[in-house]
Design a protein around this ligand. Sequence first.
Ligand code: PMP
Ligand code: GLU
Length: 396
Amino acid sequence: MKPLSVKNMGIEESMTLAITAKAKQLKESGVNIVSFGAGEPDFNTPKTIRDCAIARIEKGGIGYTEASGLLELKKAVCNKLKTDNGLNYTTKQIVVSSGAKHSLFNALQAICNPGDEVIIPSPYWVSYYELTKMADAEPILVQAEASNLFKVTAEQLEKAVTPKTKALLINSPNNPTGAVYSKEELMAIGELANKHDLYIISDEIYEKLIYGETHISIASLSDALYERTIVVNGLSKAYAMTGWRIGYTASSETIAKIMSNIQSHATSNPNTIAQYAGIEALNGDQTAIEDMRLAFEARKDYMVKTLHAMPQISCVEPKGAFYVMVDVSAFFGKTIEGVEVKGSMEVAALLIDYANIAVIPGIAFGVDDYIRLSYATSMENIEEGLSRLNKFCETY
Ligand code: PMP
Ligand code: GLU
């Protein structure tokens, strides 16, 4: 047999999805696992949105839509971007896709040529790395330090710029650290992008899950930044709609057209029922968002307080999203239950086997000293899971 695609055989499975699936499987087989793995809200999609989808199914007419999404949904997206972010777009600049992950795929495909470099601040969301490779570009990681609340500075980024640099990927609020960039920090990064003529992909999917900070879209800071930025957002996190698969981009018309063309061959339109539900999500009552945000904030406060009381580990308080990064490097070099602990993979495996808690190893996000705990799970689970973690720390 002839060799398969070398490029695609080099793509790793998404560790966040793999561990989340493994935890679900263990639970279903009767193992009492507490999962801190899942990066998805544990709340049900708000009723008005569910009802809208059901009504649409009953009404019929669930055919294909325009490949880049329903005009009504694009209008709702434009309205959201204007109201929430002070951004003016026309519907021709919006592409609705099957989740923000798909939007990111389209964005990287649209701007990258073979050999281009894309700068990604680390810790980074697991898929950025592979999506960049899939676009024939090279991911260039720039390490953010815990001492700077896991934020990279413009100076750090500038050191990574080469003649091959095509784009910067910004994710605020950040998965996995919860870091939120201030207006001043984004201005400095924006100046750098202008100076070196770089595109910016700004992943703002956690915009609504923010604690004590204000979300700023870098595209809103100047006309020049508006021109060079592809804003990525979606409904998964804010509206507890992960499985519905609706994400979107806002960009220049030229980039939107390229992404729309790619999508017209790769997937056609995102699910039509979910698109109608998306109109209701964006245009309807928004109170459910704040209710969920408050619940996440209370869980975050409890998590941080409880983790700070465990002397063997440490964490930086997140300002957004629903994850905490926990420094577990104190376990490295030890032999626990016959396992020589070299990094976050061994810690995560031991935690599943000996504490019955599922976590994501930091190595998936480029930082091996850490594990990621998601607090998109009930307070009850959090209390139980952290008590198991504490016992594990005390035992080993
Ligand atoms: N960006 C980040 C940072 C994420 O954590 C996720 C989570 N899945 C996504 C994008 C993609 O979200 P979705 O495809 O569900 O819209
Ligand atoms: N973004 C979530 C996470 O990081 C969901 C899983 C995924 O899409 O990777 O866990």
